[in-house]
Design a protein around this ligand. Structure first.
Ligand code: C5P
Length: 241
């Protein structure tokens, strides 16, 4: 996989296919002209649990890159086995929860790289639906969200992973501390006039890329738009001009 900076902008916008069935995905994808638009999609729990690995095959057959977002989190041995099973499907990005710890992440990364050396493994830091109050009062983690994200990001790097999932707001600090080449994949992105839904640490696509995000992940702002392909294409054009 190319370094993100060398890619066209549309290849750096990962569209989250949070649909309950393959039929709805086919309908959605059918609206795009692949040659100059949709290039990278995210297959998450809702769709993967409904349709299974055949969904990866289908998306790959459409010429799309796939981020399989299953957020593996278990004891190191189980996480290793889970990633080993998933690695053989030829996805481009896979992820684990960084809060599973360094050993879990290291074992998961070994499993992925032994099957598919080009695939990237990234660690989920604090979900973008977590805010300061939730972090401190509900999860019992002291300090700021930034500190918690940085600690998990440092562990992810120590474990040898390729990067993290974080809010676009955290990217400048992460890049400054952990290096430009450490990948940042960022959900929590909203067009100016969109509602935040359940996301808390959000910003716009323009600011996300200006902050240095390698990839942004956009779901509802595109999938629920009146004209998803026009929204997506407008976005990649405005931002490349
Ligand atoms: O619809 P929306 O743009 O909020 O979708 C964001 C997507 O990114 C969802 O599929 C969600 O599961 C995923 N995600 C996230 N926060 C993380 C990791 C993944 O929102 N930290």
């Amino acid at each position: 996989m190319l370094g993100a900076a060398a890619m066209q902008l549309n290849e750096r916008i990962i569209v989250a296919l949070d649909f309950p069935s393959k039929e709805l995905v086919e309908e959605f994808i059918g609206k795009f002209d692949h040659k100059d638009s949709l290039a990278f999609v995210k297959l998450g729990m809702e769709l993967y649990y409904a349709e299974g690995p055949a969904m990866i095959e289908y998306l790959k057959a459409q010429g799309l890159k796939v981020f399989l977002d299953l957020k593996v989190h278990d004891i190191p041995n189980t996480a290793h086995g889970a990633i080993k099973s998933l690695a053989k499907y030829g996805v481009d990005i896979l992820n684990v929860h960084a809060s599973g710890g360094i050993e879990m992440m290291r074992r998961a990364n070994d499993a992925l790289k032994s099957e598919n050396a080009d695939a990237k493994l990234i660690g989920v830091t604090q979900l973008t639906s977590t805010d300061q109050t939730m972090l401190n009062d509900e999860l019992g983690i002291a300090g700021s969200v930034d500190d918690a994200v940085l600690r998990l990001a440092e562990n992810t790097k120590k474990a040898g992973l390729d990067g993290i999932v974080c809010s676009p707001l955290e990217v400048p600090k992460i890049k400054a501390e952990l290096g430009q080449e450490f990948l940042t994949v960022c959900p929590g992105v909203r067009l100016v006039d969109n509602s935040s839904d359940d996301q808390k640490r959000i910003t716009t696509p323009e600011k996300a890329f200006a902050n240095g995000c390698d990839y942004i992940v956009m779901g509802r702002a595109i999938t629920k738009a009146q004209s998803p392909h026009k929204t997506f294409e407008g976005l990649s054009k405005i931002m490349s001009s």
